[in-house]
Design a protein around this ligand. Structure first.
Ligand code: B12
Ligand code: SF4
Length: 447
């Protein structure tokens, strides 16, 4: 019997001007994990990451699978419509369609809700029988979840020129109001067996000889006991790695020490706000603003570059928040500041609250869900002031003299990589600022 053909697309709307995008390929992990769930003896699978290559609209396939984030959803639906007009059944999955399944089902034949590992075998069996259902729900895998090794062989080699993406944990032990992650993972935090992670890294490095490993975990240090075990096991691999983490990690000297020894070079950390009241309201009460500067110092002492994320537009934010945040970033030497506007993503508690309070501004043009648009009425400033302050803060921190001055406040050892990181994202940040804002570096007089 000839094999059935599946064509899997990681949809990306290339017409959108997205900020904070690395200019080098960031390998996608979700769609190649889905690819690994197709039995090789029955299926021939092709994968396309639209961020880096074009979708073959004339492809010969028995089944098309499409993955999308919220901002890419309208484009993903256009693709789905196209393939269905060619009589190819389309299945969609990922975060956005999990939270908006009814919307997605207008454009595709089936949706998989949540993590796919538990649902795909059923879906494929039903498909083969010609009886694919509309919705598949995947119960979240057990604590020691067995996820398949991603099919990196299906991506072109240049996707892995700089990084390999790996996942050790899923979910997060916390539940921040604005975050779409916890619910997707059934409000659980789960970890893969350490040996599994090590084997996958070795295999991936073996074939691509790459230097950097990026753990796409939402909170790599979420369970310190597990993280210590993992970092210990990474030491002999002599890799350099980066990930997302919470600031809690900075308060555990043993964890920081192991992170450094295992090759951690950079952590993306959500500080979110300099106002304790904002953190408390967002469910991030366990972060203490008065410790922020010391936390950054401790991370720096461990030789770790801090990519610090701050969100503007919390209910306690007044117009001085932009200037204060910029001053804090520059003073503490947070090497790579990332600013965003509070965004009511589907599936978040924030979205439910703002809908109840009738504060959502525009209709649901999902293309604006990129963290740079004001989509709700802020409490203590106008939407225009929030938009303007965001661009001002971003432009200020992008100025070469701001970059250099804050990097001199961080350990010199980090300087070359931190400089490269700043300038690598500089283009995408400035492109967005130039396209949408005409203001200058001087803070607007009305603040
Ligand atoms: C790594 C990462 C990135 C990387 C790489 C992205 C990439 N190319 O994959 C970078 C840094 C580039 C990035 C960029 C952005 N990101 Co990002 N990112 C992540 C992160 C931390 C991990 C994603 C991942 O690899 N997960 C591991 C894989 C295995 O899981 P998965 O993709 O969810 O796939 C599973 C299921 O969803 C499902 N599935 C997925 N696809 C499909 C398809 C089919 C057919 C089926 C059946 C199933 C299925 O099966 C998989 C296995 O179970 C997530 C957080 C998260 N936990 O999702 C945020 C996240 C996805 N990012 C987010 C955002 C907002 C962005 C940006 C807009 C940020 C910005 N302002 O620039 C950009 C958008 C880029 C773009 N143009 O699309 C949001 C999205 C929210 C939303 N509702 O859309 C998230 C959820 C973060 C958050 N806490 O809110 N991101
Ligand atoms: S700590 Fe980070 S990943 Fe965890 S719920 Fe909060 S924002 Fe989301």
């Amino acid at each position: 019997m000839p094999k059935k053909k599946a064509y899997l697309v990681h949809a990306t709307d290339k017409s959108l001007i997205i900020s904070e995008q690395p200019p080098f390929p960031f390998p996608v992990l979700g769609i190649i994990t889905v690819a690994a769930l197709f039995p090789e003896e029955e299926w021939e699978v092709r994968v396309v990451d639209e961020d880096k290559e074009s979708v073959d609209l004339n492809v010969k396939a028995d089944l098309v699978g499409i993955s999308t984030l919220t901002l890419n959803a309208p484009h993903a639906y256009e693709l789905a419509n196209h393939f269905r007009s060619r009589w190819i059944p389309v299945v969609m999955g990922g975060l956005h369609v999990t939270y908006e399944p009814e919307e997605a089902l207008k454009y595709c034949d089936a949706v998989v809700l949540g993590e796919t590992e538990g649902a795909m075998p059923r879906l494929l069996a039903d498909f083969t029988k010609g009886a694919m259902k509309r919705t598949y729900f995947s119960p979240n895998p057990l604590p020691n979840f067995g996820i398949p090794y991603a099919r990196r062989d299906l991506l072109r080699r240049y996707h892995h020129r700089y990084l390999i993406a790996v996942q050790a944990t899923r979910g997060c032990p916390h539940q921040c109001e604005f975050c779409s992650v916890p619910l997707f993972f059934g409000n659980q935090y789960r970890y893969r067996p350490v040996e599994d992670v090590v084997v996958e890294i070795k295999e991936a490095l073996g074939s691509y000889h790459k230097l950097y490993v990026f753990f796409v975990d939402d909170n790599i240090g979420g369970n310190p006991k597990y993280a210590k075990e993992l970092f210990q096991a990474l030491i002999p691999l002599k890799i350099r790695w980066a990930s997302f983490a919470s600031l809690k990690m900075a308060e555990d000297p043993e964890l920081l020490d192991l992170a450094e020894k295992s090759g951690c070079v950079e952590l993306f950390i959500g500080f979110e706000s300099l106002e304790q009241a904002n953190l408390n309201m967002a469910g991030k009460f366990w972060l203490k603003t008065e410790k922020f500067a010391d936390n950054v110092r401790d991370l720096h002492q461990a030789g770790i570059i801090v990519q610090g994320a701050f969100i503007f537009g919390h209910d306690g934010d007044t117009k001085d928040i932009f200037r204060r945040t910029v001053e804090f970033v520059q003073k503490t030497g947070i090497e790579v500041p990332i600013f965003g506007i509070l965004t009511p993503y589907p599936g978040t508690i924030l979205r439910r609250r703002l809908v109840l309070e009738k504060r959502i501004l525009s209709g649901d043009d999902w293309r604006h869900y990129d963290g740079s648009h004001v989509l709700f009425r802020p409490a203590l400033m106008t939407p225009e002031e929030l938009q303007e302050g965001y661009f001002w803060a971003k432009k200020y921190c992008c100025a070469p003299r701001s970059i250099i001055s804050r990097l001199f406040r961080a350990p010199l050892k980090n300087f070359p990589l931190a400089l490269a990181l700043n300038f690598s994202m500089w283009r995408s940040k400035m492109r967005q600022i130039h396209a949408r804002w005409k203001g200058s570096l001087r803070a607007p007089a009305k603040w």
